[in-house]
Write a protein that binds this ligand. Sequence first.
Ligand code: IPE
Ligand code: IPE
Ligand code: MG
Ligand code: MG
Ligand code: MG
Length: 373
Amino acid sequence: MLAQAVLISLSTQKVKKLLVLEGMSCRYFYRFDMNLADRKTQQPPLASLEKLLTLCAPSMARINDIITARMASDVPLIPKLASHLIAAGGKRMRPMLCVVGALAASKGQSAPASVLQLAAAVEFIHSATLLHDDVIDKSDRRRGRDTANALWGNEASVLVGDFLFARAFELMVETNDLAVLGLLSSASARITEGEVKQMTMAGAPDSSLDDYLSMITNKTATLFSAAAESGARVGGADEALSTAMHHYGLHLGMAFQICDDALDYGADPTHLGKNGGDDFHEGKITLPVILAWQGADDVQRAFWKRTLGDNIIQDGDLDKARELLGRHNAIENALSYARAETVSAIQALSVIPDGPVKAALHEAALFAGKRAY
Ligand code: IPE
Ligand code: IPE
Ligand code: MG
Ligand code: MG
Ligand code: MG
């Protein structure tokens, strides 16, 4: 607290010197520097996943071992394709939330072995949905690599996605916990409902905000919620904590997807690891588009109908779309929805006592609504 108070009154150059004196890394310098900029614009500070990563590191090493072991198959294409995606990394947010849910329940003591199985299952479910999603979205970049569908085709991607779903269920059954099996089964069904709803909304920029919110609740937020809640339940949480983790994950997941939809129009693709503009080219209706449509005049609406509705896209149209979003402040306004979800996620943490677990969850909620990758 004191350090931050001192930092605010210093110039950027002085901050750099102070942090070097304290032996802090360049990365920290950058983050503090961004904090100063944020203060000037009255925005919440940038956040990272560092606390979550630190807290979960020992468990994540073991979860990655389970994942590698369970990708095995006598059919060589299965581990080859699956490891192409899984070994490329990803943020592993969902399994980490599962682990932290259990840590919250055990008041920071080590997580039970069954939570490792569960976390691996959660990452398998997520991986399966990514394989399927890249086929549906015709995406050719993910995690800084060509997608599996670009390399091996749609059929192989869909089938290996099915394999990973099935492996997830094997792992969940092994935890011997019917309640969490139920939670994650429902979440899996709802992901598909969300994806199908998104497909039926495609091409209709006059879609309602409610339809968008229910679609992203299903396709994204439900898995975050089920991961956090199931981790807590397996860790022995009482009803109040389990419910808190459910709400926390749900709001974090909403922030996460709204931010993703904003990033699709503006992020640096190298940093993001996937191509920008996929949503536009596939006629996907996301929050920035809904907001720009609401404020659009007839000429602008004709543009959205031609591009998103009729899929007639000419050179320069993506830039034009970005320009229209900018004119209506649609990215910033969408991100303010994400930040409201972040605030709700943080409010859900009130039942958790102060400490490293709460701090990591707090930081992850901030990250979800203000991430760059
Ligand atoms: C991508 O999820 C799919 C969305 C819900 C937007 P992540 O951004 O968590 O993907 P990885 O696992 O880090 O690659
Ligand atoms: C995907 O949403 C959500 C899933 C359930 C997989 P997106 O289609 O926006 O995810 P990305 O941008 O491809 O990662
Ligand atoms: Mg996609
Ligand atoms: Mg998609
Ligand atoms: Mg996206």
